[in-house]
Design a protein around this ligand. Structure first.
Ligand code: HEC
Length: 149
């Protein structure tokens, strides 16, 4: 009888700390995911401004590097919306209609890719047009999927 009680107490002391630890860990993860996607968007914002300024330089090598970084960041951003990661300025609609949100991300990536095509062809007129197309994704996606305040 004493032994059983001992065992019960032992399991209790060991299981409770692990339980609270797991709950904390889960919270941190969700918060970190939200912070990471915000950071990715800040990078996208800065890169877009940088690229805009470089459009007139015809420095295709530097432009290419920045557009490739933009592409990678947009790719990473898209993956930071797993289930149960609601929060930040992201609207609930993202998880309710994941297909539509994915489509907006794909359109964004599609236009970024077209900028790379213009770079490879060293076509600065097309590049500016494709930059404008790429930038139009920002407001259309925000209107649909980002909370205002
Ligand atoms: C496919 C959808 C989508 C596209 C395209 C998109 N965004 Fe966003 N953006 C979001 C969402 C969703 C958030 C809110 C993220 C959060 O708070 O969890 C956001 C947040 C932001 C933020 C705030 C980041 C912060 O620190 O809170 C900035 C700045 C931003 N976007 C700029 C841009 C710019 C500039 C572009 C275009 C070059 C762009 N976004 C394209 C969906 C998009």
């Amino acid at each position: 009888m004493k032994l059983v009680l001992c065992l019960v107490l032992l399991t209790m002391t060991f299981s409770f700390p692990t339980l609270s630890h797991e709950i904390k860990l889960k919270d941190i993860t969700t918060e970190e995911i939200i912070n990471t996607r915000k950071k990715k968007m800040s990078i996208i914002n800065k890169l877009t401004q940088k690229i805009y300024k470089q459009l007139n330089t015809d420095d295709y090598q530097v432009l290419k590097e920045n557009i490739i970084e933009l592409k990678h960041t947009a790719n990473n951003f898209q993956m930071l919306f797993p289930k149960e990661s609601q929060g930040g300025k992201a609207k609930k609609l993202i998880w309710e209609d994941k297909k539509l949100f994915d489509k907006y991300n794909e359109d964004f990536l599609y236009d970024i890719n077209f900028m790379l095509v213009s770079i490879n062809e060293k076509d600065s007129i097309n590049l500016k047009q494709n930059f404008n197309n790429m930038a139009s994704n920002c407001s259309s996606c925000h209107k649909k999927f980002k909370k205002k305040k």
